[in-house]
Design a protein around this ligand. Structure first.
Ligand code: NAD
Length: 298
């Protein structure tokens, strides 16, 4: 059996941004201003610069203002903390995003923990992490939100299904598992690099989500026919035929899995764009809650 569905995150992300734009216009009408995201970037990490550029252009398309502040790469924790403090106190700011990773001299946990939870559009503050596991969070971490939006859009049943999450990082695997536990009736299995016999776990899955950062980790012999495969991994592998010298691949053997999975996300064009679209949703949600403006369901 061949693959039935390529889960097109790029097209769905476009839909999400246009839905957010309609609601942003409504917000602006009712609040008298547009939603505002402030992005803090420290240093000049090339990947981070690209991520910030993508986030700004998604905001632009979604009717959201986005301003960035770039601090030199050698600043200390206090300099970043002072900026975050100012943004916390600025009533016009709806969302604060500190682009990770921060340079090693900066205490990233301290910075994350001091962001006002009402403006925490990454959903990484302890308060929002706690709300997520109680099932009451409004600001969900962007990648898990994007994955759930995609599963819902493609009417992929989760009730009673086995979902295997490969990876338990605090930005993807763990919040995704918590979100699935809190908002679906799936049975959730979370694997990590010490898991004995990963294949045995993945073979049990009706839906496998891989967020390990290991190209080729999920092979065709590890999934049953009809499994849904969600590939979160973004890995650069050398490719001399490209001008850049590399290409992006996920964690899953896409070509081989295409012949076996019921549905699969491509890399690029799957979860990456959904993550950015979820960020603009979060900014609008934060703005509407903070301003007390009812914009209806997203
Ligand atoms: P991380 O390095 O913080 O965590 C990786 C997790 O995978 C760890 O829990 C580790 O134990 C587990 N792991 C590693 N090797 C494994 C193996 N062989 N078997 C089982 N588990 C294994 O990474 P992260 O920040 O969560 O990112 C994971 C991947 O997802 C990366 O490729 C990253 O670029 C990508 N990512 C993509 C998006 C997106 O929007 N698509 C967002 C965030 C991260």
């Amino acid at each position: 059996m061949g693959v039935d569905v390529i889960l097109d995150g790029k097209a769905l992300a476009r839909e999400v941004r246009s839905r957010v734009k309609e609601k942003s216009l409504l917000f602006a009408e009712r609040a008298g201003r547009r939603p505002l995201l402030r992005v803090v970037l420290v240093g000049e990490d090339p990947a981070s610069i690209v991520y910030v550029r993508n986030k700004k252009s998604a905001c632009d398309e979604a009717g959201i203002d986005c301003l960035d502040t770039i601090l030199p790469g050698n600043v200390d924790t206090n300099a970043v903390a002072t900026l975050v403090d100012d943004l916390n106190c600025d009533d016009k700011v709806d969302g604060i995003l500190v682009q990770m990773p921060l340079p090693p001299q900066i205490d990233a946990a301290r910075i994350t923990e001091m962001i006002d939870p009402a403006k925490d559009v990454d959903g990484f503050t302890p308060w929002n992490v706690g709300l997520l596991s109680t099932g009451r969070a409004s600001l969900l971490p962007c990648t898990p939100r994007g994955i759930l939006t995609l599963l819902k859009h493609y009417s992929i049943e989760t009730r009673g299904r086995n979902i295997c999450v490969v990876g338990r990082s605090s930005i993807v695997g763990r919040p995704l598992a918590n979100l699935l536990l809190a908002s679906t009736d799936a049975t959730v299995d979370v694997c990590n690099s010490h898991t004995r016999d990963l294949k045995a776990h993945v073979l049990q899955a009706d839906i496998v989500v891989s967020a390990a950062g290991c190209p080729g980790l999920i092979r065709a012999d590890m999934v049953r026919e009809g499994t849904v495969v969600v590939d979160v991994g973004i890995n650069r592998i050398p490719d001399p035929s490209r001008k850049s010298g590399y290409r992006l691949v996920g964690d899953c053997d896409f070509e081989a899995l295409k012949g076996k999975a019921a549905a699969i996300t491509p890399v690029p064009g799957g979860i990456g764009p959904m993550t950015v679209a979820s960020l603009v949703e979060n900014v609008l949600i934060a703005a509407s809650i903070r301003a007390g403006v009812d914009i209806g369901a997203l």
